[in-house]
Design a protein around this ligand. Structure first.
Ligand SMILES: [Zn+2]
Ligand SMILES: [Zn+2]
Ligand SMILES: [Zn+2]
Length: 160
């Protein structure tokens, strides 16, 4: 009985596939050749390990949600208007951030709107000290704060 979760997962999957293809971050070329009988057998074997695959899929979703949270937080604070040195996603995430800070439509069709609001709402409410999504994000933010603080205070500490 969690309608958001399914919508969210579908959106995340579609978006992830498109994004990764665009970024060329996946080394999918490795598997791109013709499917030999050997790799076919491997595929069948992998289907059997369904729970394993499902787990990996969940981990990928979790990682994606963490990235989204960090990107949204960055975009909310980033002052670079055109070219952001931190992430190439900055401009588009800023647009998304501006939209979701005003959007209240549960059936909104704007890309990533519902899923992002869902993740943010969860993050704000979450107090689970073992949450696989929120805990690493909070850690990363804490670390970023430290790095930012050091950069602001320390000045030149023998940068490479
Ligand atoms: Zn930025
Ligand atoms: Zn919306
Ligand atoms: Zn959480």
């Amino acid at each position: 009985m969690v309608p958001y979760e399914e919508v969210d997962r579908r959106i995340v999957e579609e978006e992830e596939a498109a994004e990764l293809r665009k970024l060329e971050l996946v080394d999918c070329d490795v598997d791109n050749g013709s499917i030999s009988s050997e790799s076919h057998a491997r595929i069948l074997a992998e289907i059997k390990k369904e729970s394993d695959a499902a787990q990996r899929e969940r981990q990928a979703t979790v990682r994606h949600q963490q990235q989204r949270l960090l990107l949204l937080r960055h975009a909310a604070r980033c002052r670079h208007e055109t070219t952001c040195p931190v992430t190439p996603h900055c401009a588009s995430i800023k647009g998304l951030w501006r939209h979701i800070s005003e959007c209240k439509d549960e059936g909104c069709l704007v890309a990533n709107c519902v899923s992002s609001r869902y993740i943010l709402a969860h993050y704000r409410q979450c107090s689970d000290s073992r949450c696989p999504v929120c805990v690493p994000v909070r850690d990363a933010i804490r670390r970023n704060h430290q790095i930012a603080k050091e950069l602001a205070e320390g000045g030149s500490t023998a940068a490479p």
